[in-house]
Design a protein around this ligand. Sequence first.
Ligand code: MIC
Ligand code: SF4
Length: 636
Amino acid sequence: MNLTRKIITAHLLGGDMTPGKSIDLRIDQTLTQDATGTMAWLQYEAMDVPRVKTELSVSYVDHNTLQMGFRNPDDHRFLRTTAHKFGAIFSPPGTGICHQLHLENFARPGITLVGSDSHTPTAGGIGALAMGAGGLSVALAMAGKPYTIPMPEVMRIYLDNNLTGWASAKDIILHILKELSVKGGVGKVLEYDGPGVATLSVPERATITNMGAELGATTSIFPSDDVTRAFLKAQGREQDWQELHADPNATYDAELRVDLATIPPLAAQPHMPDVVTSVASLAGLQVDQVAIGSCTNSSYADLRQVADILSGHQTHSTTDTCVSPGSKQVLDMLADDGSLSTLLLSGVRLLECSCGPCIGMGGSPVSSGVSVRTFNRNFEGRSGTKDAKVYLTSPLTAAQVALNGGFTDPSTWGTPPSLPALPKRVPSIRHLFLMPAEDGSSVEILRGPNIVPLEKFPSLDATLSASVIIKLEDNITTDHIMPAGAAITALRSNVPAIAEHVFERVDADFVSRARSVKNGIIVARENYGQGSSREHAALAPRHLGIRAVLACSLARIHRANLVNFGILPLTFVNPADYDSIAAGMSLTLDTTAITASAPTTVALDNGSTIMVTNDLSEQELAIIRAGGLLNFVKQA
Ligand code: MIC
Ligand code: SF4
């Protein structure tokens, strides 16, 4: 067996392990973060389960820590009190980014982890089967219910040789993105194997599994070996280690071979993580901003290497350079070895240990500026500046760009800094986490005026007549559907208010058109809903009356979120029928005739019909008929 199938087998509560068939998994750990967490905890509260039933659940505050006005601090207080009451550990704002903190403090080989953030697979770097999901799916897992997914195919990523020169872990995943594209991982777990694995540290592995999210993969996973053991030992958690790997004769559904020795420094170009080219080919391009950090590249080793490159130099005067460490542990280590002082004296701006500019929480580039970021997503407008051009690179490349004011040829960079040795013991920040009350029954949940109670959606009508509100192209991201940024993210606990911003960067009239009809439908091409796990990209359209999405294909987490909120995820039987539909048309379907994973007829208002299909399980169909997962759970 391969490693993925071993962990799934050990956690299987039901279903059929044939790729594509539904499986129910026992979930050991969950994580939530503030931007998706307020909804998740409101939903958890609505389930009437007094204590979380997982072995460990952590509620992190890392996405929006700006506290501009009362909304955001009210959210933080709500999350602190819900964690305290319901039995979760609380990580206060400023402690660090959820994925970095979870890797350092809680994740362990062989567990299942579900998190309300699409980069939860970061913990795959330590050998956990870690998956991103919508907040409601995580709330259900916290309530002790199984997590249901389609059984993934397992793709072996065979790493041969080792990295050379200025190439680093980020370049490995950028190379894989170039090979497979942003939809190349859909329906798959990417399982790393081969001699190259042992050459990579746990944080390097985590950089790679983190960005597996950009491939659309269910998750990515590395084996647990001596490198994993040394990492856990340094964290004072050697007892959490177990050896885990695929059997020597394991079989896989697909394979990609990667020769690490041939990978040069790479960059993803605007506006998709898979538009990858060599850094050398960008030489000469001036850069206005460099942002180093995010859950992809904010480990101690990443930032220490940046400091080593900048040591004794100054960042370029026309390149605004900022660093956000992944955790207070990382920051403490940088302070301890003098790297922090090196960074500050080189001209770097130090930001809080949080997501920061990655989700547009400040740090936006200048108008039509070029920004180089060590992050994982460069979708148009995500930085907060609509016409900015964002490139994604490794910290090593970003540091060189900061020094030189733009891209230069790596052959001129000299000798790369060495990877710092793993300290025998790293400083613990575990005392900063708030442990839950032993008995939460008397803990009061503190809310605020922006925390709006959940809306109850009606069940699915027998005949659905809906207008096409918008017709979209390929690869529409959840950032297109429900933009992030400081102002809009502050509305995550208030669905009626956040709904006013649906598709605002794509089509300013979307909301008024959706409101003007009773039922709406969204039409798109391939990979609709890629990117973030934010369920607001389903919930807010549902609030506006969207009842179905008809696309050529859908991204995994968003499709699950549509089901959770009672929106029908439909696909064209014949993708060419996409051309026969125009915005403003009315589509009618008899929903009582829909059966799980089978085609059905849709009537267009021009008198013609098309065939659409779905890949829903019986249970998912029942959830949609009930008007969403919360209604379904309460009915059961
Ligand atoms: C992201 O990177 O897009 C986010 C912000 O972390 C999201 C979660 C969210 O929208 O709150 C994600 O990746 O799931
Ligand atoms: Fe935070 Fe960015 Fe990572 Fe999302 S991708 S969790 S916004 S650092």
